[in-house]
Design a binder for this molecule. Structure first.
Ligand SMILES: *Cc1c(COP(=O)(O)O)cnc(C)c1O
Length: 391
């Protein structure tokens, strides 16, 4: 069953391989190995332990067979070599910044990044004197490196406002300036686009989303190819005690075999709904990267093979925020709540006034996540909630 015997297997097939048989019991599921204490056969083995050796086990915090099994699958999905698992997507973001930046260094973030990532970079700036500047994800000329720039942060498409950035161009620019590139590619979910294949150094996922799939697990991953870079991140990971629960890993492991099928089905449904919304007079813009005219659409077409079922709609400017809030409240099948990637559709109004310098819309914005409900039912629900908004 070794992968090496099947070099041509596609990722979806490889996801279902790699079961370790223990003794005469052979099942298609994997055990949940739990531990705080890991016991050593003797003192010599205790003394010989090396935290960098991922075939060894030393303490529950630094890994069990269950957590390592998931880490290997995520590294494979991301076309990477090494994977660290963390208790949330945000923890993966903050640990990456914390590991790679020190006082006097400089980091560049896109204006449209996940807001808690921006808040953490601001915290590093005020507490540790790490320089911080922002760039426009649609304007390469706005990416201003300094001699101290060590890290270029990318999120594509951007949270909520959905601009697709030119990642290969950003990678080339960062290489020329000796900076590392870290990409929050949660929307692409290792399916639509893989940052490491496009030349980035670090790919970050909130596994909380499609990979766990049930709106009930928080987890993040950091995947790299370069061993030294991995070890810099792994040292902070160990020193900060940010290990994950084997139970949670097992929930993600159960979900992974079918997460691409969900992603693809929800993609089709979301594109139908996005196109329908484009025809509605109350809607000024549908921010879905697959639509012609969406910000960065041409780059999405070049670099992505699919789309997540998460996109935003902008209302006509004459529709008040109170009316938009009422629209969200009127929805019966869309729930109101943060995060996404589960079975249920979600809707969330966002205030965009403080995000991008050049935000071109006056009307209010609502982010929609399309779940696994029937597409026609979701359209009917949106239709009844939109009813009367322009009168
Ligand atoms: C959800 C999300 C995160 C954070 O993940 P958590 O597990 O909720 O901390 C980070 N980046 C993006 C783009 C996300 O959508």
């Amino acid at each position: 069953m070794a992968n090496s015997k099947h070099p041509a297997n596609k990722t979806q097939t490889r996801l279902l391989q790699g079961h370790e048989a223990s003794g005469s019991f052979r099942s298609l599921s994997s055990a949940v190995e739990r531990a705080s204490t890991v016991v050593f056969p003797d003192v010599a083995a205790l003394r010989q332990r090396d935290w960098r050796d991922e075939t060894q086990y030393a303490y529950g915090l630094s890994g069990t067979p269950t957590t390592r099994r998931l880490a290997r699958k995520i590294a494979m999905l991301e076309s990477g070599e090494h994977c660290l698992l963390l208790p949330s997507g945000l923890a993966a973001i903050s640990l990456t910044m914390l590991s790679l930046l020190k006082t006097g260094d400089h980091v560049l973030l896109p204006e449209n990044a996940y807001e808690p990532a921006i808040e953490f970079a601001k915290f590093l700036q005020s507490q540790y004197g790490i320089g911080l500047d922002f760039y426009d994800p649609l304007d390469i000329a706005s990416v201003q490196f300094t001699p101290a720039t060590r890290l270029l942060w990318v999120e594509t498409p951007g949270s909520v406002s959905m601009e697709v950035a030119d990642l290969p161009a950003l990678n080339r620019l960062a290489k020329a300036h000796g900076a590392l590139v870290a990409v929050d590619a949660t929307w692409a979910a290792s399916i639509a686009m893989r940052p490491l294949e496009l030349g980035a150094d670090i790919s970050i996922q909130a596994l909380t989303k499609y990979q766990s799939g049930g709106s009930d697990v928080l987890m993040g991953s950091i995947v790299t190819r370069d061993k030294q870079l991995h070890q810099r991140l792994a040292l902070t990971h160990m020193q900060s005690g940010t290990g994950v629960s084997p139970e949670d890993c097992n929930i993600v492991l159960r979900s992974l075999p079918h997460y691409k099928l969900r992603y693809d089905a929800q993609d089709i449904s979301a594109r139908k709904i996005a196109s329908w919304l484009q025809q509605q007079p109350a809607i000024a813009a549908v921010l879905h990267p697959s639509l012609a005219g969406a910000p960065g659409h041409d780059i999405w077409q070049r670099d992505f093979s699919a789309a997540a079922s998460l996109f935003s709609i902008v209302f006509q400017p004459q529709i008040s925020q109170a009316a938009i809030d009422h629209f969200v409240d009127q929805l019966q099948l869309f729930h109101i709540g943060f995060s996404w990637g589960g079975s249920h559709s979600l809707a969330l109004p966002y205030d965009m006034s403080n995000t991008r310098k050049s935000w071109p819309y006056e009307g209010g914005l609502v982010r929609l996540y399309i779940g696994l409900e029937d597409t026609d039912d979701l359209i009917a629900d949106l239709e009844q909630a939109l009813n009367g908004l322009l009168t």
